[in-house]
Ligand binder design. Structure first.
Ligand code: NAD
Length: 474
């Protein structure tokens, strides 16, 4: 007889593998099915984030930043470095090593937590108290489970006029495996991936042009941060950013790709040797057998779920990029934990209003909560404190003093509504703001908390003090 699992998780990305581990920890018999294979055709757990997303891109960002520092920053410290060279193959090998360490690590975590791991593609074939999934791959098999968690993630959105081959025209996967620095890299889409990958290859010496469809730069980001980011990325980093552009066609002759695009009313062309297409991602809701069991999907392909990530079929849940909310690994993981706890009869919850966002450019951008423009358009009365890193002793000592911390609190209650950081280690600094939001803190709470000196976190403290215009270092 087929084993009956309490929980079958489809997908082993940061949503799925975390859901499986938590479910097993709670005593539920759990299996996790995943079909991802690395470039050599071997099963590799961790989904987009570990294999071709967050982790490898951070490795390349660090390498390219070190290279740039050696060339442009070391001299400020009295360090001379001549003939600094970048060995792209070695840089990629380091990145691959980090990825392997973590993807292998998930197999170990599964063993430790008694999660059964199965390589193959899962499709729901029947629902009811006991659901059946057909698994295809090297062997066909069936999995029976009382609960199913769909954590199938997302795929890059494609553009008909710019077909990806992952050699000359790349998506996020190809952008991480370019074997040499392009002479002229065109990035289509000035979003998270476009700016991160554009920064990597710009720092390694490529000329980088970014074409963005929207007339606004980083439209979802607080306007003050977006303005500062555009200034720094253009002036300091040297990205050539064009807004309001529609790419019409591309053609390649040998190593030259000619791109025709519309900018305002003008038709323009440019020549480049590599393109990265980063125009958003679409949910992976096809091929999971949702139609077979009647799971509802919205018009954009996202699986419809309630606040607890339950679909219209009561024992089928969906988490991460395949449902509403930001496409962020940490949001996925927390939904995975919450769903596992709900299935185990506990209370699982994720506060989608307190999810930190990070863009790992240099300087980093991170935020949580509402933007000033949102609050203004909703007519919410607010007050703002803003502290520039140029006035932070620690930032000056690090030699990274661009950007600021901006805190927004309700004008009457003083409750913190949003915090926006552009600057060094913004990804780390934002955690204090996330805790503050989750605890319903006021700016006065942060202002009264002792922050270590000298530390970058003092900028958060000063932004809080600034809400009542009582800066101590400005
Ligand atoms: P994105 O939504 O961040 O940005 C896509 C950009 O492309 C937008 O600015 C959009 O206006 C633009 N665009 C869309 N169509 C276009 C077109 N035809 N021509 C030119 N521009 C066009 O998407 P992404 O950068 O592809 O990233 C995908 C997802 O992955 C995001 O949701 C992001 O949150 C997630 N991600 C997160 C991180 C991180 O947390 N640091 C890193 C990478 C990816």
């Amino acid at each position: 007889m087929n084993t009956i699992y309490d929980v079958a998780v489809v997908g082993a990305g940061p949503g799925g593998y975390v859901a499986a581990i938590r479910a097993s920890q709670l005593g539920l018999k759990t299996i996790c099915i995943d079909d991802f294979e690395d470039a050599s055709g071997k099963a590799s757990l961790g989904g987009t984030c570990l294999n071709v997303g967050c982790i490898p891109s951070k490795a390349l960002l660090e390498s390219s930043e070190n290279y740039e520092k050696a060339i442009h920053k070391f001299h400020e410290h009295g360090i001379s470095a001549t003939e600094v060279k970048i060995d792209v193959a070695k840089m990629l090998a380091r990145k691959d090593g980090i990825v392997k360490q973590f993807t292998n690590g998930i197999s170990l975590l599964f063993k430790k937590n008694k999660v059964k791991q199965l390589h193959g593609r899962a499709e729901l074939v029947s629902s009811g108290d006991l659901m059946r999934l057909k698994i295809t791959g090297s062997n066909e098999s069936f999995v029976d489970a009382k609960h199913v968690i769909i954590a199938t993630g997302s795929s890059p959105r494609s553009m008909d006029s710019v077909p990806v081959d992952n050699e000359y025209i790349c998506d996020n996967t190809g952008a991480l495996t370019l074997t040499k620095t392009p002479k002229h890299l065109l990035v289509i889409g000035a979003g998270v991936i476009g700016l991160e990958m554009g920064s990597v290859w710009r720092r390694l010496g490529a000329k980088v042009t970014v074409l963005e469809a929207l007339p606004t730069f980083l439209a979802a980001v607080d306007e003050a941060v977006a303005k500062e980011a555009k200034r720094i990325f253009t002036k300091n980093l040297g990205l050539d950013i064009h807004l309001g552009c529609a790419v019409q066609e591309v053609s390649r002759k040998d190593e030259t790709i000619t791109v025709t695009y519309k900018e305002g009313d003008d038709i323009k062309t440019l020549d480049c040797d590599r393109i990265v297409v980063a125009v958003g991602r679409v949910p992976n809701s096809n091929g999971v057998g949702l139609d077979n069991v009647g799971v509802d999907v919205d018009e954009r392909g996202f699986i419809t779920v309630d606040h607890h990530n339950r679909t219209n079929i009561s024992n089928i849940y969906a988490i991460g990029d395949v449902v509403r909310g930001p496409m962020l690994a940490h949001k996925s993981s927390e939904e995975g934990v919450a769903v596992a706890e709900t299935i185990a009869g506990q209370y699982g919850d994720v506060n989608l209003d307190a999810i930190p966002w990070v863009i790992y450019t240099s300087p980093e951008i991170a935020w949580v909560g509402r933007t000033e423009q949102d609050l203004k358009s909703d007519g919410v009365p607010y007050k703002v404190g803003k502290f520039p890193f140029v006035a932070s002793g620690r930032a000056q000592a690090i030699g990274d003093s661009l950007g600021f911390v901006k805190m927004i609190a309700h004008e009457e209650s003083d409750r913190i509504l949003g915090v926006h950081v552009i600057g060094p280690y913004a990804s780390e600094l934002i955690s204090e703001a996330v805790v503050a939001l989750e605890f319903g803190a006021t700016s006065e709470d942060i202002a009264r908390i002792v922050h270590a000196h000298p530390s970058l976190s003092e900028a958060m403290h000063e932004a809080a003090l600034g809400i009542e215009n009582r800066y101590l270092s400005l």
